[in-house]
Design a protein around this ligand. Structure first.
Ligand code: BG6
Length: 482
């Protein structure tokens, strides 16, 4: 069953949606608004109840108020938000302990006739993760009377060893089929469309290999800086924050073989095979950067070391370019270069597939061959769409070539796209794990990046508003951005 079909039409069993970290930033800014929008899209059929759990010592009414405020800030009508929160939201302070939580869950389920299906969403800092999972296990909440699912947010560990430990903690109580590890990039329509683009259209499949592709570049650029998250980012850096998860997920979808069928097991099997075919990175395959003061979008911004909460001797990278080699039959010798960074000129997530140039250059001038490689630009966000660059003859005498593009834009055809969290919540509620990351994928991604996670040299500098340190150019023959 596809999430989209469920989200809009298919009825589901009643459920209780428990949000640990229910008063936190993620719950307020993303989860509650996305959940509300999802329900609204379905005409509020089959609504479950929501139980927020957090450290604040507040009651149901205060929680309902806090949640309604968050919905209003997300653009939802105040009356509608207030009514829905009063009717469906409950709160339980975490300090009351897990046995009390179990009783509360029972009580809400009895009152509302929910039947014991439960989602436990861990919107928590990593430090609270182990105790929460153990608490659920110790009170038998990991196996309810109906289905029980646990949703885990990133960061999932900070290296291979810690990820294995976290997987161990989860697997002590939950079966992998109950675990939904979120990478919100997989909820983006354009990221899912990589599967459709590749496996519903035969045109590109025959050229999607080392014989025809010269290089694949994946850019995950943001113009934003730290946004008050120095505490988290200082310990993470861009490799942990973006590359280990979002960028490697996109890379797997671009490089994977066709799955046997559409379904979580087959798709995740193929993605993990790509990661398994990548050797751990050597330091020379990586260029790390850190922004200095500059201008982004015409606004002056401080350098990373001047940001509040950043240590003066910090070696955290805010930019990384990494050259991956996939050692398999399809891709051997084709560099997959990932570039991710904060305070770059603009927000852009894009895959650029550059095809090989023609073997003979017929249209050369005295100086050089004029022919350009065909490039397929898949823009995942913003301005979502595709551009295929190809050469044409400029009208007139001789053979002057000009590069032109075939262009498709989602917005022009489909209008607004649903948000990633809406899609992912729909999938959790209907039990579809396709867009969630399996334990072996997480571990493989950490294995590949292991040697470059804790480099001690200070990163190279780049001015905010530029595309990163100039030396990143040694990893590619030229950056492609459309
Ligand atoms: C998050 C990172 O996972 O993704 C943030 O922690 C980053 O640092 C964000 O800003 C980017 O997400 P999006 O959907 O805006 O590309």
């Amino acid at each position: 069953m596809s999430a989209r079909a469920w989200a809009d039409t298919v009825p589901i069993d009643p459920y209780l949606f428990v949000i640990f970290g229910g008063t936190g930033d993620l719950a307020r800014r993303k989860l509650l608004p996305a959940y509300f929008r999802l329900l609204r899209r379905r005409g509020f059929a089959d609504v479950g109840k929501v139980l927020g759990v957090a450290t604040r010592e507040i009651g149901d009414a205060e929680y309902q108020e806090l949640a309604a405020k968050a919905l209003v800030e997300a653009g939802i009508d105040p009356d509608e938000a207030g009514r829905w929160c009063r009717e469906h939201l409950r709160y339980q302070p975490v300090a009351a302990g897990f046995p009390a939580l179990a009783e509360r869950i029972d009580e809400i389920e009895q009152d509302a006739g929910l039947g014991g299906n439960r989602v436990f969403y861990l919107a928590l800092p990593p430090s609270a993760f182990a105790d929460t999972v153990a608490g659920l296990g110790a009170t038998n909440l990991h196996r309810g009377p109906g289905w029980t699912r646990v949703v885990v947010e990133k960061p999932f560990g900070r290296d291979l060893e810690s990820a294995r430990r976290l997987n161990g903690i989860l697997h002590r109580w939950f079966d992998e089929s109950q675990i939904f590890r979120i990478d919100h990039y997989l909820g983006k329509e354009t990221v899912q469309n990589l599967l459709v683009f590749r496996f519903a259209n035969t045109l590109f499949e025959s050229v999607w290999n080392r014989d025809r592709v010269e290089t694949v570049q994946i850019t995950v650029a943001e113009s934003l800086g730290l946004e008050g998250r120095a505490g988290y980012f200082e310990r993470a850096g861009i490799v942990r924050d973006i590359v280990q998860n979002h960028a490697l997920q996109v890379l797997s979808l671009v490089a994977m073989e066709a799955p046997v069928r559409m379904g979580a097991a087959s798709i995740r099997d193929e993605k993990v095979k790509v990661l398994r075919a990548i050797y751990p990175l050597r330091p020379e395959q990586v260029v790390r950067g850190r922004y200095t003061a500059g201008r982004v979008g015409g606004v002056a911004v401080p350098g990373y070391l001047e940001e509040e909460g950043v240590a003066p001797d910090s070696v955290t990278e805010t930019f990384a370019a990494l050259r991956f080699e996939i050692d398999n039959w399809r891709w051997k010798g084709v560099p997959f270069v990932v570039r991710a960074g904060k305070r770059l000129p603009r927000k852009l997530t894009q895959v650029a597939v550059s095809f090989r140039e023609p073997p003979v250059c017929l249209f050369d001038t005295d100086e050089s061959c004029q022919v350009h490689a065909n490039v397929l630009y898949i823009t995942l966000q913003p301005d979502e769409g595709f551009d295929l660059a190809f050469d044409v003859k400029q009208p007139g005498e001789g053979f002057e070539l000009r590069t032109q593009t075939l262009r498709f834009r989602y917005a022009e055809v489909f209008g607004d796209l649903p948000g990633a969290y809406e899609t992912l919540l729909a999938d959790v509620l209907c039990g579809d794990q396709t867009l969630f990351v399996r334990s072996d994928e997480v571990e493989e991604a950490w294995r590949i990046l292991g040697p470059v996670l804790d480099l001690e040299e200070p990163p190279e500098e780049y001015p905010a508003g530029s595309w990163g340190p100039v030396s990143a150019e040694r990893l590619v023959t030229g950056w492609l951005v459309h």
